[in-house]
Design a protein around this ligand. Structure first.
Ligand SMILES: [Zn+2]
Length: 444
């Protein structure tokens, strides 16, 4: 019997009332395991353009990839259909799940679509056109929005930098109670495994950020550089609610995969994730609500507002140190214009390329007696009040001010970062070409 590669993408199998795409994926994995499929990769957890407003809780899309006997495919599809129906039905109604099932080779349009979904807004109609053109098996209900993420996930094979996440789940019947993740166990784990885990504890506040706060089945998720490492890390976390099941995902989280495009101000469109170069053209100021606003201009004199919002915490102190003339690259998602503001760059990061020279300007010192002089009036030079010396040639003193900023990258604290943001501890790390064949035990 000939083997066939099956790749399944899924998204939006979640709702404000409970349930989540990765949890559904873990149920599918268990069923496929019972059928004896050969996994060719870990489940992939794919994060998409984080600037898009209607994504429920930043829940990622998932892709499963395995080989199976040709004659099993029919029963696999009908099983997914049945499980999806049961899973979504016992949950919230207003959800728009999407599942795509690819057999054999992937049409080249799919990875292209995937790349676009990382940094642009892609309409449902575009996803549906590709699905139709290549006759891709798909399941959906509602408005079909989940098909966007499903197609984007299946098309992203994570052949560049990638990371891992261990997700521990609680039983669905426990979803409306407190998780009780033990803070000390997380901090201890983070300290012991520092070299291979990231973004689990906020550096400045010490706050644990592995625990979601909604009513979903995710108990906690630990992010790291290898499957072995996150499994070890996950086992060290203590929780009041028991871990009902767990699974390791390979992911684009923490890779900065959404921020690869340098876009000129005039080409920016709402909801783009982009890197924008410019010179600070208005001094940053804090407005009501604690947001910090400034603007940048480019060489063609195009201008755009930039905002570091209140939740970005101490990152705003960095932004407030900028002065007119600083040359920067802004990492941002583009917020659409509204009645009160134009197109705005919502800051996710800040690269300082060149600091403007700034000076403290003061009156000259009297050459006769050393006292500070005063202006003698417009065009009349300076005079000394102590000894009466007058001087027409003497100039104001320009003292360079040392800036508190350094060249390079600044990011908001971990607690305010996007899932996709490449955190400072990962800068320079690149898991290219690391082993993808799953380790012996990667879910339970
Ligand atoms: Zn004097």
């Amino acid at each position: 019997m000939s083997k066939k590669l099956i790749q399944i993408g899924m998204d939006d199998i979640d709702s404000p009332g409970g349930g989540c795409t990765t949890h559904f994926a873990s149920i599918l994995v268990e069923k496929f395991d019972e059928m004896g499929v050969q996994w060719t990769d870990y489940p992939n957890l794919i994060r998409l353009n984080p600037g898009i407003p209607y994504r429920t809780r930043g829940n990622g899309a998932v892709a499963l990839r395995f080989e199976t006997d040709q004659n099993r495919i029919e029963s696999i599809i009908s099983m997914i259909e049945r499980l999806l129906h049961d899973y979504v039905e016992q949950e919230y109604q207003n959800t728009n799940p999407g599942v795509v099932i690819l057999e054999g080779e992937m049409p080249s349009k799919v990875p292209v679509f995937s790349q676009l979904a990382l940094w642009r807004i892609v309409p449902i109609a575009f996803a549906k056109r590709i699905i139709q053109a290549f006759n891709i098996t798909h399941l959906t209900t509602g408005n079909g929005r989940g098909l966007i993420g499903a197609l984007a996930a299946v098309g992203n094979t994570l052949h560049e930098d990638h990371t891992y996440e261990y997700i521990g789940y609680r039983a669905l019947e426990n979803c409306h109670d407190h998780r009780g993740v033990d803070v000390e166990s997380v901090q201890k784990m983070d300290e012991d495994l520092r070299d291979c885990v990231f973004s689990n504890v906020d550096t400045v506040t010490g706050r644990v950020i592995i625990e979601p706060h909604g009513p979903d089945p995710v108990l906690f998720g630990v992010r790291g550089e290898s499957a072995e490492c996150v499994i070890e890390a996950g086992k060290r976390i203590r929780t009041r609610q028991p871990v009902d099941r767990w699974m390791v995902f390979r992911s684009n989280q923490g890779t900065g995969e959404h921020l690869k495009h340098q876009v000129e101000i005039k080409h920016l469109r709402p909801y783009m994730a982009a890197i924008v170069s410019g010179i600070v053209s208005s001094r940053p100021k804090m407005i009501e609500g604690g947001h910090v606003i400034f603007s940048i201009a480019d060489e063609e004199k195009w201008n755009i507002d930039c905002a570091a919002y209140e939740p970005s915490g101490e990152f705003r102190e960095v932004v407030l140190e900028l002065v007119i003339g600083d040359r920067i690259n802004v990492h941002a998602s583009v917020r659409p214009a509204s009645r009160t503001h134009g197109l705005t760059l919502n800051l996710e990061g800040l690269e300082i390329k060149e600091l403007a020279k700034t000076f403290k300007i003061s009156n000259p010192i009297c050459p006769e007696c050393g006292k500070r002089m005063k202006s003698a009036g417009s065009m009349k030079g300076y005079k000394c009040v102590k000894c009466g010396h007058r001087n027409l040639e003497i100039q104001k003193i320009m003292t360079p001010i040392t800036r508190d900023l350094h060249l390079g990258l600044y990011l908001p604290p971990e607690r305010a970062q996007r899932h996709l943001t490449k955190p400072l501890v990962r800068v320079g790390k690149n898991n290219l070409g690391s082993l993808r064949t799953p380790v012996n035990i990667w879910h339970n």
